[in-house]
Design a protein around this ligand. Structure first.
Ligand SMILES: [Fe+2]
Ligand SMILES: [Fe+2]
Length: 288
């Protein structure tokens, strides 16, 4: 049996016109972050819609069975951003032949009001194939991918009040539920289990990393069928967990100028063949 899976992340779509003309723009975090965005970030992502359309074109050219998306669709979690971005990402996710799974990034869950907006706009794409495994947070979410593979999503993003604090955290109840889920025979007996979340699986950077990465890695110990996927860092990379056969892939950003990337995985029985997608000559292509 063969299966093709594509993982992408951190699209950071541009702000639609009028997005700032709203009382929510006056949230202190957004005022400070807007200045930072103008000075440091914004010009690297001005063509992010073109890159998302480029991914759509790639998916029509090179169809995949499943799409896994690790969040950061937006920049400031504004309602107008949700309204503009959700249908665009939904269109992309429907291009997978069999299914998709998505988790939010910290730029999607930007303020205390954001989780409700996320649920309203992205909820329909986050239904679980095993709803009884979820906690009250709605996670972990399971997606069966044929008899030999599965994907599990946990949420490591949360609203932080200060714009300079973009740290993540996996709720303790989700970690416990994840531990129980990984021990279930229908998960433990699968050859490939993709575990996706927005934050990297490490504590690097107190204000940018996953605060309880150590507890998460402890939960994963001994599960050798895992493949870890994340975003948040806007450059692609891969490595094996120390003293472990478990590989980790950071998709980087689909749309950051001169660093556009995604990962494509071909599964042939027990073999996993990863290739990276890069932007060359105004289209996405694969490199070995
Ligand atoms: Fe991001
Ligand atoms: Fe992020």
């Amino acid at each position: 049996m063969s299966l093709r899976i594509l993982h992408f992340s951190d699209v950071h779509l541009p702000l639609p016109p009028g997005a700032w003309r709203s009382p929510e723009a006056l949230h202190p975090k957004r005022i400070a972050a807007r200045l930072n965005f103008i000075l440091r970030r914004g010009n690297k992502y001005t063509e992010s819609l073109q890159k998302l359309n480029g991914l759509n074109e790639f998916l029509r050219r090179e169809p995949v069975d499943y799409l896994l998306y690790t969040g950061d669709t937006l920049n400031f979690g504004l309602v107008r951003e949700f309204m503009d971005a959700a249908p665009r990402v939904a269109e992309t996710l429907t291009l997978a032949r069999q299914g998709a799974l998505a988790v939010p990034g910290n730029h999607d869950l930007y303020t205390g009001a954001s989780p409700a907006h996320y649920e309203r706009h992205f909820g329909p794409h986050s239904a679980s194939d095993l709803p009884e495994a979820a906690t009250s947070t709605g996670y972990p979410i399971v997606r069966w991918m044929g008899p030999e593979a599965a994907a599990i999503a946990i949420n490591s993003s949360r609203p932080n009040f200060n714009f300079w604090n973009s740290s993540g955290h996996v709720p303790a109840a989700e970690l416990e539920a994840l531990g129980q889920l990984l021990a279930r025979p229908e998960i433990a007996n699968r050859r490939h289990v993709f575990l996706l979340t927005h934050y990297p699986f490490d504590e690097a950077g107190f204000f940018h990393g996953l605060r309880n990465a150590r507890a998460l890695l402890k939960t994963l110990q001994g599960h050798k069928n895992l493949i870890l996927l994340h975003g948040h860092n806007h450059r692609a990379y891969t490595y094996f967990l120390p003293n472990s056969p478990v590989p980790l892939y950071c998709a980087g950003s689909l749309s950051k100028r001169d660093a556009e990337s995604f990962w494509l995985f071909d599964l042939f029985g027990g073999v996993l063949n990863p290739r990276r997608g890069v932007w060359r000559n105004a289209r996405f292509t694969l490199v070995e």
